[in-house]
Design a protein around this ligand. Structure first.
Ligand code: ATP
Length: 463
């Protein structure tokens, strides 16, 4: 009974699994929780880190034209004035006059457009839209700024106001010139960044899909003004191959060209990569052509010259920018949804099967790479098994587990996506060999103890 489609209850099953298996917990739970905040448990934290490392390899270290930056979370507030975030980084908000619930007006319109009988030619009359919770009348639409405001220093006064960054771009644009000059970079080149950002979302939800603090993996790629189109195509391809490397099927993706009037204020072309989540088709990633809007704005507001002079042609101009932007938590969500499988597996009794849940994560993302499992707690087995686990630890992420039946331990490892389980049994003491079980096929093979490291190295391609 494989679950290949994103049926609605697949998400509930995944949330339950992730809580039980130390991947993702509800945040602040012992105090009753904090709505839509999540903690990444021991395996989730490693999975997230493996995704970061894979992203850096794919988008930064395997290329010669991208460098990494880590800018501050709290920056000079003028940055947000120059970038337009103070004025424009808003979402349309409506309140229900009856139940007082708040909604994003564009989401209500979007939901309406999915109703049968909706036609693009005859758009909805806003007054027809009622509260989706209680059917009450809604207030007028107001614009709500998503930036979290804070104060620098001990006194909360007007001059001390600052903002938690709502995106990385600001830091990458303000540092463009110093990076270009100190690293002696010629166009085209990119500046990449991974880190936390903060948005006071009106309606967070759908687990880790929309939260108020999250990480973005993003890069600004600086090009000559007429060279943005090939760069746009190149990054779209890079995003496609990246998603493939996570195990995400192309058939689950929709490439949505955002129309004029619907794009962010800085963008001349945007493609949203959308995914068919169990709760509907929604944005996964964005790719935007930001023109020279940001550099020009920061030059104007800072009074600094941010233009670029090509060392060969001698031409001076403001670079244009293509920006691929990828949320880390949404990446984790689609990776987990793609990896989650339920299938019939044989039990110890001949002819009987039971459902096994398995996370078929790509090998390089699995939080535990190999589990060492002595067949029983017997000292004769646990001593060599501990020894094997210790010998593997310098190269692999290893888990040692000797409690419960071997069947239950396999199932536990399947549920966190461990690609290989090594069992040590009484035969091992005689033949100096172990059984290696592969997660997806459940095939078992006997490997000599002194060959285990090279066997695993080949599988994980460790040199
Ligand atoms: P949405 O339309 O879903 O609000 P957006 O267009 O505002 O997203 P961007 O500003 O393009 O999103 O952000 C870049 C990426 O960050 C998105 O493609 C997505 O992967 C991720 N992202 C955006 N908002 C959130 C959020 N609230 N929680 C988690 N990830 C997010």
């Amino acid at each position: 009974m494989p679950t290949e489609t994103n049926e609605p209850n697949k998400l509930d099953k995944l949330i339950t699994l992730c809580k039980q298996r130390g991947i993702i917990y509800p945040g602040s739970e012992i105090y009753g929780g904090l709505a839509n905040s999540w903690h990444f448990g021991p395996y989730g934290a490693v999975l997230k880190n493996n995704i970061r490392q894979a992203w850096l390899k794919h988008f930064v270290f395997s290329r010669s034209d991208v460098v990494l930056l880590e800018s501050a979370v709290i920056m000079n507030p003028k940055i947000w004035e120059a970038s337009g975030h103070l004025q424009n980084f808003t979402d349309p908000l409506v309140d229900c006059k009856r139940c007082q619930k708040r909604f994003r007006a564009d989401h209500l319109l979007e939901a309406k457009s999915l109703e049968p009988g909706y036609s693009r030619e005859k758009p909805v009359d806003w007054s027809e839209i009622r509260c989706p919770e209680c059917g009450g009348e809604l207030t007028e639409v107001r614009q709500f700024n998503l930036m979290f405001k804070t104060h620098i220093g001990p006194v909360e006064e007007a001059g001390s106001e600052a903002y938690l960054r709502p995106e990385h771009a600001g830091g990458m644009f303000t540092d463009f010139k110093i990076i270009q000059q100190t690293l002696r970079r010629r166009l085209p080149f990119g500046i990449a960044q991974i880190g936390k950002i903060f948005r006071n979302e009106i309606t967070p939800g759908n687990w880790i899909f929309r939260t108020r603090e999250f990480e973005i993996m993003e890069l600004e790629y600086f090009v000559e003004p007429d060279a943005w189109q090939p760069a746009f195509t190149m990054w779209l391809e890079a995003m496609k191959t990246w998603l493939k490397s996570l195990g995400v099927k192309e058939s689950e993706l929709v490439f949505h060209e955002i129309e004029d009037g619907e794009r962010a204020h800085y963008s001349k072309r945007t493609i949203d990569i959308e995914y068919n989540y169990p709760f509907g088709q929604k944005e996964l990633y964005g790719l935007a052509y930001r023109t020279d809007y940001d550099l020009s704005q920061h030059a104007k507001y800072s009074g600094q010259d941010l233009s670029y002079t090509d060392p060969i042609s001698g031409q001076t101009f403001m670079p244009h920018v293509v920006e691929p932007s990828m949320g880390l938590e949404r990446t984790m969500l689609v990776t987990l949804l793609s990896a989650y499988h339920e299938e019939a597996a044989p039990t110890a009794k001949a002819g009987e099967t039971e459902t096994r849940i398995v996370l078929k994560l790509p090998l390089h993302l699995a939080p535990v790479q190999v589990a060492v499992l002595p067949l029983s707690k017997n000292e004769q087995l646990s001593a060599p098994a501990q020894q094997l686990a210790d010998s593997l630890r310098p190269q692999f992420v290893v888990e040692y587990d000797e409690t419960q039946s071997i069947g239950r331990r396999y199932r536990r490892q399947d549920e966190i996506g461990t690609p290989f389980c090594i069992t040590i049994d009484f035969d091992t003491l005689q033949d100096k060999a172990v059984t290696v079980r592969e997660r997806d096929s459940m095939k078992q093979e006997r490997i000599a103890l002194d060959q285990v490291i090279s066997y695993l190295s080949t599988k994980f391609k460790v040199n």
